[in-house]
Design a protein around this ligand. Structure first.
Ligand SMILES: *[C@@H]1O[C@H](CO)[C@@H](O)[C@H](O)[C@H]1NC(C)=O
Ligand SMILES: *[C@@H]1O[C@H](CO)[C@@H](O)[C@H](O)[C@H]1NC(C)=O
Ligand SMILES: *[C@@H]1O[C@H](CO)[C@@H](O)[C@H](O)[C@H]1NC(C)=O
Ligand SMILES: *[C@@H]1O[C@H](CO)[C@@H](O)[C@H](O)[C@H]1NC(C)=O
Ligand SMILES: *[C@@H]1O[C@H](CO)[C@@H](O)[C@H](O)[C@H]1NC(C)=O
Ligand SMILES: [Zn+2]
Length: 659
C-alpha cells in the first residue's frame, strides 16, 4: 500500500504541512481483546448478590442526596424504583504502571486532549451511575484451573482449584491493578461453602462509570503503522453488557513532535471513546432496547440483530433511534432507512464500526476523518449510542451533519452519486467543499466507492483565513476576499478591465452575510453587498461572469460559522478558535452553542505532497530521506483511527499516478 508511506517535499521551505494520516485499527484491536464480563449466573457473583447491588444503589442515593426527606421517601420504595436517573457518565482515567515517564510537555498535551474529549463525552452521554465504586471482574478462566460443573452442588460454577500461574488481569498489554479488581475465591469442596481467598477484593474506583487506562507508549502497533496516533478497546462489561473499562493506547511518538495539534488529538480520542463505549461491531449484538423502561435492566430487551444487508447489498444498522435520525436527516419517510456501515473496512463478518463515508461524510464515526473543523458529532452517531441501551443521550448537543441534509433515502448510493448532485461532483475540477469554508477539488478516496466529492485543496483553500489574501496574487482580478466571514462560491467572475477570455468555473472566496435562513448577501472586492438568492446565479457590476449562490448551505446551520482569533504562541502553529454564532434566527436545529473548541489549522501550509512507495523513498536523494524522516516524525497529525483528507488525496494521487 504505497500511500502509507509518504514524502513531503517542501518541509524545508514552509513551516507547516501535514502528510500521512492514520487509519482506524479499532476493529482489529478490539477483536484481539478477550472481554471480561460478570459470570453468567447470579450466584456466581459470589458476594455480589442482587440484594447487595440494590443496597449499593441505596448507598449512592444516601451519599449523593442531601434531601433526607426525599431520601427516606425513596427508601420506602421497592428496589426497582431506587434506580436513579441517568447522570452524565463519569469517565476516570488511570495511568498504568507500565507507562513511561512522560516529559512535562507530553503529559500536558496528553491530559489536555484526553480530558477535553472526556468532558465532551460526559456532556453527551448519561448513564445510570455505578453505585459507590467501580470494581472490575477477574476472568475465572484465567485464575481458575477447575470449575465445579455439577449443577446440583452448592458451589456450582465456582472455582474448585486455583491456577498457580495466575498473577493479574490485563487488557491490551496493560496490567489492571489489584485495587481495581474484585476478589476471587477458591471453593475446595463442591458442597461446602468454605472458601479460600485467592485474591482479596480491591478498594475499587469511587464515582466512576467507566475506567479508561491511558497508556502512552510506542507500541509495536504504533511502530508498524506509523500513521496510527492512538487506538483503544474495551476490556470489561457489566452484567447488562455496558463497557465499564478499556484501554486507550496513545502512540508516544506523536505526542512530542513539534507539529502536534491539540484538536486532532481530541478528535481522535473522542472517536476512539465512542468506539469503546459502544459503537463497536463486537457490541452491536448486545445493544438493548430500553425505550419502554427507565433503563432499569429488567425492562430492556435485546434487539438480537441490529445489522442487516439491504437490497443493494449494503450493510446497515437498523435500530429505532438510528432509523429516526436517518429519516429526519435525509427527509425521508422510508420506514427501513438504516444507517449504512462502511464496506471498505468491513471484516469477514461484513460489519464495520464506522459509517459509510458516501452517506455520512463528515461524521465523527466515519473511517476517514477530515480536519476537526469539518467533522461533526452528528445526530445519527448519537442515535447509535442511544440505541446501545446503556446511555441516555442529550440530542440537543448534536452538531448538524450538513452532508446529505434533506436529500432523500437514496442519497449517497453508488448508482446515484455520479449524477452530479449538489454534494457529489464528477470527474475532476475545482469547486467548493460542501461546507463552503474551503475551496475544493473533485476527488475520490478509498472509502467513496468511486464517487467523487469536493475535498479541501491542499494549499490555501480556507476562505475564512485572512492570510490567504496574499497567497494567490489572483484575487485582485478575481475580486476574491479572504476573511472570517468569507465563504467559497462557484464562480467565473473576472474584472471587466482584465482583458481575458472566458474563465473556467471554480471555487472562489467572497464575503457573505446572512439576512435570514438560507438568505444572504455577498460582497466581492470593491462591490456593494449584493443579494445572492439561494440556488440562482448573479452578476456583479464591473465584473464579467457569474457567481452561483448555493442553496441550503449558507445561513442554514447555526453551528457552522468560523471566526478566527489568533494566539501569540511563538514558533508554534497559528491557532484559531471556532466560534459558534448564537444567532437564533439562523438556527434551524437546536444546536450546542456553548462549546467553543480551539482549532488548529495547518493545512494551508502544506506545500506539496508526493506519494511514493517506501523503496522509492530510500532511493531518493539524501535530502529527500531527511524530509521523509521529518515527515514521519511530524507533529501529532495522525488520528488513531482516522484518516485525513490529505492522506486520501495522497491515495488518490497514487492511484492516478499508477494509472
Ligand atoms: C421534506 O420533503 C418534503 C416532500 O417530500 C418537502 O415538502 C419538505 O419541504 C422537505 N423538508 C425539508 C426540510 O427539506
Ligand atoms: C443517474 O445516472 C444514470 C446514468 O449514469 C441514469 O441511468 C439515471 O437515470 C440517473 N438518475 C437520476 C436520478 O438522474
Ligand atoms: C501554496 O501557497 C503558497 C503561498 O502561500 C505558494 O507559494 C505555493 O506555490 C502554493 N503551492 C501550491 C502547490 O500550490
Ligand atoms: C461564466 O460561466 C457561464 C456559465 O458557464 C458562461 O456562460 C459565461 O460565458 C462565463 N463567463 C466568463 C466571463 O467566463
Ligand atoms: C442538554 O444540553 C443542553 C445544552 O445544549 C442543556 O441545556 C440541557 O440541560 C441538557 N439536557 C440534559 C438533560 O442534560
Ligand atoms: Zn474508528
Amino acid at each position: 500500500m504505497a500511500f502509507l508511506h509518504c514524502v513531503c517535499i517542501g518541509v524545508l521551505l514552509l513551516p507547516w504541512f501535514q502528510c500521512c494520516w492514520g487509519k482506524c485499527i479499532f476493529d482489529k484491536v478490539q477483536r484481539s481483546v478477550k472481554v471480561v464480563s460478570p459470570s453468567i449466573s447470579k450466584q456466581n457473583l459470589g458476594h455480589w448478590s442482587v440484594n447487595e447491588t440494590a443496597r449499593n444503589y441505596q448507598t449512592l442515593i444516601t451519599g449523593s442526596e442531601d434531601n433526607s426527606a426525599e431520601h427516606s421517601q425513596r427508601s420506602k420504595r421497592s428496589d426497582r424504583d431506587t434506580f436513579p436517573d441517568p447522570q452524565p457518565i463519569r469517565i476516570k482515567t488511570w495511568i498504568p504502571r507500565e507507562s513511561p515517564i512522560l516529559s512535562d510537555q507530553e503529559g500536558e498535551r496528553l491530559m489536555a486532549a484526553v480530558n477535553e474529549a472526556i468532558i465532551k463525552v460526559s456532556s453527551l452521554l448519561s448513564v445510570i451511575g455505578v453505585p459507590d465504586r467501580l470494581l472490575l471482574n477477574r476472568d475465572i478462566n484465567k485464575y481458575c484451573k477447575f470449575i465445579w460443573r455439577n449443577s446440583n452442588t452448592v458451589n456450582y460454577m465456582k472455582c474448585g482449584r486455583a491456577n498457580d500461574n495466575y498473577r493479574s488481569e490485563s487488557c491490551l498489554d496493560v496490567t489492571i491493578p489489584d485495587e481495581h479488581l474484585n476478589g476471587c475465591f477458591i471453593y475446595p469442596h463442591p458442597d461446602h461453602p468454605i472458601q479460600n481467598v485467592l485474591k482479596p477484593e480491591g478498594a475499587g474506583v469511587p464515582d466512576t462509570d467507566f475506567l479508561l487506562y491511558v497508556f502512552t507508549h510506542s507500541t509495536d502497533k504504533c511502530r508498524t503503522e506509523s500513521s496510527v496516533l492512538a487506538y483503544a478497546a474495551h476490556c470489561q462489561t457489566d452484567s447488562v453488557g455496558r463497557p465499564i473499562a478499556g484501554v486507550m493506547v496513545i502512540c508516544r511518538e506523536h505526542l512530542s513532535v513539534e507539529r502536534y495539534t491539540h484538536d486532532h488529538f481530541v478528535q481522535t480520542v473522542l472517536h476512539e471513546l465512542f468506539h469503546v463505549l459502544g459503537f463497536s461491531k463486537e457490541l452491536y449484538s448486545r445493544w438493548r432496547d430500553c425505550s419502554t423502561s427507565s433503563q432499569a435492566d429488567e425492562d430492556c430487551w435485546s434487539y438480537g440483530h441490529v445489522t442487516s444487508t439491504d437490497e443493494m447489498g449494503e450493510v446497515r444498522l437498523y435500530s429505532p433511534a438510528v432509523i429516526r435520525a436517518m429519516q429526519k436527516h435525509l427527509n425521508s419517510t422510508q420506514s427501513d432507512l438504516g444507517a449504512p456501515l462502511e464496506n471498505k473496512d468491513a471484516g469477514s463478518d461484513g460489519l464495520s464500526s464506522h459509517w459509510e463515508a458516501r452517506v455520512l461524510q463528515g461524521s465523527i464515526m466515519t473511517a476517514s476523518l477530515a480536519e476537526p473543523s469539518l467533522v461533526r458529532i452528528d445526530p445519527v452517531t448519537l442515535a447509535a449510542l442511544q440505541d446501545t441501551g446503556w446511555y441516555s443521550v442529550n440530542f440537543s448537543r448534536a452538531q448538524s451533519l450538513v452532508w446529505g441534509d434533506g436529500e432523500g433515502g437514496q442519497f449517497g448510493s453508488v448508482s446515484t452519486c455520479h449524477n452530479n448532485s449538489t454534494f457529489f461532483c464528477t470527474g475532476s475540477g475545482l469547486g467548493c467543499h460542501y461546507l463552503h469554508l474551503h475551496k475544493g477539488e473533485c476527488l475520490t478516496d478509498q472509502f467513496l466507492d468511486g464517487c467523487f466529492i469536493f475535498k479541501p485543496l491542499a494549499n490555501a483553500s480556507e476562505c475564512w483565513k485572512e492570510q490567504n489574501n496574499s497567497s494567490s496574487g489572483l484575487e485582485a482580478w478575481r475580486g476574491e476576499i479572504f476573511g472570517s466571514d468569507s465563504r467559497c462560491f462557484i464562480s467565473n467572475l473576472t474584472r471587466k478591465s482584465h482583458s481575458s477570455s472566458s474563465q473556467p468555473v471554480a471555487g472562489y472566496c467572497y464575503r457573505h452575510r446572512c439576512t435570514g435562513i438560507n438568505r444572504y448577501q455577498i460582497q466581492v472586492m470593491d462591490s456593494d453587498w449584493l443579494d445572492c438568492p439561494a440556488g440562482e446565479s448573479i452578476k456583479v457590476p464591473d465584473y464579467q461572469g457569474f457567481i452561483f449562490c448555493p442553496n441550503k448551505r449558507l445561513c442554514e446551520f447555526s453551528d457552522l460559522t468560523h471566526t478566527q482569533t489568533q494566539h501569540s504562541c511563538g514558533t508554534c502553529r497559528e491557532r484559531y478558535r471556532d466560534k459558534i454564532e448564537e444567532d437564533a434566527t439562523h438556527a434551524r436545529l437546536n444546536l450546542d452553542v456553548t462549546t467553543v473548541s480551539t482549532l488548529s489549522l495547518t493545512k494551508a501550509e502544506i506545500l506539496m505532497q508526493v506519494v511514493l512507495s517506501l523503496s522509492a523513498v530510500f532511493s531518493l536523494l539524501p535530502a529527500a530521506v531527511l524530509i521523509y524522516w521529518k515527515c514521519s516524525s511530524a507533529r501529532g497529525r495522525v488520528h488513531a483511527a482516522i484518516e485525513d483528507p490529505y492522506r486520501l488525496e495522497l491515495a488518490t494521487t497514487s492511484t492516478r499516478t499508477a494509472n
